[in-house]
Design a binder for this molecule. Sequence first.
Ligand code: ATP
Length: 498
Amino acid sequence: MPKEEINNLALRRTLYFPSGEIYASAPSGFWEFGPIGEAIRRKIVAVWRKELVEREGMIEIGGSQILPEDVFKASGHLESFNDPIVQCKKCHSLFRADKLIAEKVDGIVPESLATTELDKLIDEHKVQCPKCRGKNFEEVRKFNMMMGLQIGATGDQPAYLRPETCQSIFCDFRRLYKSSRQELPLGIAQAGKSFRNEIAPRNTLLRQREFGQMEIEVFFNPDKINDVAHFEDVKDYKLNLMLLKTGKLGKVSCSDAAKKKIVSGKLVAYYLARVQQLYEKLGIPLEKMRFRELDNDERAFYAKETWDFEVETDLGWVELMACNHRTDYDLKGHAKQSKQDLSVTEEGKKFVPHIFELSAGIDRAFYVILDLSFRKEKRGKEERIYLKLPAAIAPYLSGVFPLVKKDGLLEKAEEIAQTLREHQFDVFFDEKGSIGKRYARVDEIGVPYAITVDYDTMKDSTVTLRERDSMDQKRIAIEKLPETLWLLSLEKKTFKEL
Ligand code: ATP
């Protein structure tokens, strides 16, 4: 769906809006989430937690957003977390050089190309300034995206806002390993905010300066990369892989991917399968997803193998998750800088664990899900908008509406809503406006069901249950509501089967 439609909905229903918007001085790239947006966002994280973290027996931490300079010396971010930037000589606007060229050539330009190479490409392709159409640029230079700050009154303790959530996981590894089963593989997860001084924040949630990430670091023994406990579960499962060699998208089973060394081992294939399944649960159709294999000069400085999980949207393919084989780069770097031993001993052998990382953006997932679930349909003269969200990430599972406020209907509806809340369902109560308007209001924010209390309810203790997508309605006994909603929300029954 065009981004204008999505942003209109976002502003109309306060899903998200610019931070500090009452001030003209507010910088771009910062966004607030309103009650409905935050509910959807929270649920995306909850599904990730259930489907990956908990199901795979991982542990989750909550680390600090501010970390000392030493962490980023060790991680390589101070030296290498740079974007190439270029400035228009005429209007002085700044751009990401690689993205500017990529737009012109309609392809991918690796950000790690030497600045001189990028200068050459700008010349060769006669790139123009998108703002003023100017044809002359300053030389491309590297810009470090870390956001720095000083700690304490004397300001002599340099620190940084984390540019990714994973660095505290690496720093905490030894303690967490010791306090867990002391066994590899060990998956450690974290969801929270990250900060990057992006040069050109754009497309609302897709490129922000403060954004949500949900990251998983799987620490493993490199000699056992093919020793994966539940590999059998996924061996025939097909991954959508776009290989560097062919540049084409194809379906490859996990066992073939490992056997033919398309990925570096079964562990990688296993987690790619889990990732694909996770995004299916989040409502993204299989045919819109791919793992794109990254070339040497497109990969982050710490990775030896990267599969970007991308989804096709109205804005083209968008990266939602980077799946990085980070080797022992991180633990070795932190061991050297901190002078601490971060190795483990397994079966008499001492080694530094390797890491496979699943680094996902929360807000990017949120935006992409909005893009793919947005439906606008003509029904006669009327236009209907609804979000086809899976129940698991809908802001509420059901609306509860009294047809009118009088004759005890309001009280009855309140009683039903309360009972459903006691059963841990998220319900939205609304008694204002025509019933049609109330349906439209919940459709638009993706609430999958609506319960209406009418005069028959007072006679026979039944309600109308309406399904968002089909708009079909069924009569259901009040006492059956919790069980019915439970079956529907877990997709154990379809609405038709009720
Ligand atoms: P890009 O190439 O788009 O700048 P990246 O490769 O630098 O992204 P990673 O460092 O791999 O991104 O970060 C992991 C995930 O975090 C991304 O897949 C994305 O979902 C999310 N992410 C990264 N940068 C941003 C941002 N500026 N705004 C929103 N989400 C982001």
